[in-house]
Ligand binder design. Structure first.
Ligand code: XMP
Length: 315
């Protein structure tokens, strides 16, 4: 990216040109959609409407985070409650690509409804370069279909505006700093949310387990970062695995599930390395996860695989 101020000027002009009558902004709380939203607001003012979809697949506190982020910039966010709708769309689906496609379709149908309500013909998304490269752009095989790229249905009735599509994460963060977005280095969170961290079928109960384990990982890692024990990793989260595994409480054998910890370092998410984490921190996280989900999670694993050959997410 040239200098952020020049990029900002050009992006604002381009949004005005592409969506002169107004646009919806798909706000997820992530850094990419926040930056895209702020550029859209600068370009369109009151003709810009931010919508946050509560998919039921989010981490704790996500809605409050989005309201705070956009509120600080004077952009009101409409919350679309859609947890039941997404769970229904995902019922019985275990294939990761099919999950992404269904989530993408559901997002678009919701945005179409919201766009009709606000009478705007366009959608501003925070798609960045790795999203479409890994979705099969530039003649590469599809690594996975990012829900906001290849996951879009062909009959979509909205013009899509993607002001950040040529940027990588470090450039978006630079732009975020320039725009005064708080905590621009916070970890990325995938658009399909916890659906791609619940391995196999997505149910309300599985999402709740994954969410609780995820909170433990985030809080414990962030506490260790604050104590200066480790540098902030690129991403740190929990994945709920579908295996049944034996555990013991008192005199009883129980069958619970396993969780894998994924803590990686990266620069642009195109490659990543499993972070070096003190064993004591891993043990603290494992103890907390099993304590907070007694009888349900009986084993915690640590994924030591780099990308490649693995990817950052499990699905
Ligand atoms: P992978 O798992 O492909 O992830 O190594 C690379 C980065 O992208 C995030 N990710 C996604 N983001 N929609 C998104 O918006 C998606 O479908 C998606 N899949 C993965 C992942 O968290 C990592 O930062």
């Amino acid at each position: 990216m040239k200098d952020p101020a020049a990029f900002r000027r050009e992006a604002v002009a381009a949004i005005r040109e592409r969506a002169p009558t107004g646009a919806l902004v798909a706000a997820s709380g992530g850094i990419d959609s926040t930056v895209a939203g702020l550029l859209a607001q600068e370009a369109l003012g009151a003709r810009c409407h931010a919508v946050f979809v509560d998919t039921g697949l989010l981490r704790e506190g996500e809605e409050a985070r989005v309201r705070a982020l956009f509120g600080a910039a004077g952009l009101a966010v409409t919350v679309a409650p859609a947890a039941e709708r997404f769970l229904r769309a995902l019922a019985g689906v275990t294939d990761p690509e099919e999950k992404r496609r269904r989530i993408g379709t559901e997002f678009v149908r919701l945005f179409e409804e919201e766009a009709a309500r606000w009478s705007v013909p366009a959608l501003v998304q925070g798609t960045i370069a790795p999203d479409w490269i890994e979705s099969g752009g530039q003649h590469r095989d599809t690594i996975k279909t990012h829900h906001n790229v290849g996951g879009l249905p062909r009959d979509m009735r909205l013009a899509v505006v993607e002001p950040l599509r040529d940027l990588y994460k470090d450039e978006v963060r630079e732009l975020a700093r320039h725009l005064g977005v708080p905590d621009p280095d916070r970890q990325p969170f995938p658009g399909p949310g916890l659906a791609v961290r619940v391995h196999g079928e997505v149910t309300a109960a599985a999402v709740a387990l994954c969410r609780r384990a995820n909170r433990a990982v985030e809080e414990e890692v962030e506490a260790a970062v604050a104590r200066g024990e480790i540098p902030r990793p690129w991403q740190y989260f929990a994945v709920l695995l579908p295996v049944r595994t034996v555990g013991v409480t008192g005199d009883n054998r129980i069958y619970g599930q396993a969780v894998s910890l994924r803590i990686v370092d990266s620069v642009d998410a195109m490659t990543a390395t499993a972070a070096t984490v003190p064993a004591e921190l891993l043990r603290t996280i494992a103890e907390r996860i099993t304590r907070e989900s007694p009888g349900q999670i009986t084993r915690v694993l640590f994924d030591v695989t780099d990308k490649p050959p693995a990817t950052i997410e499990w699905e």
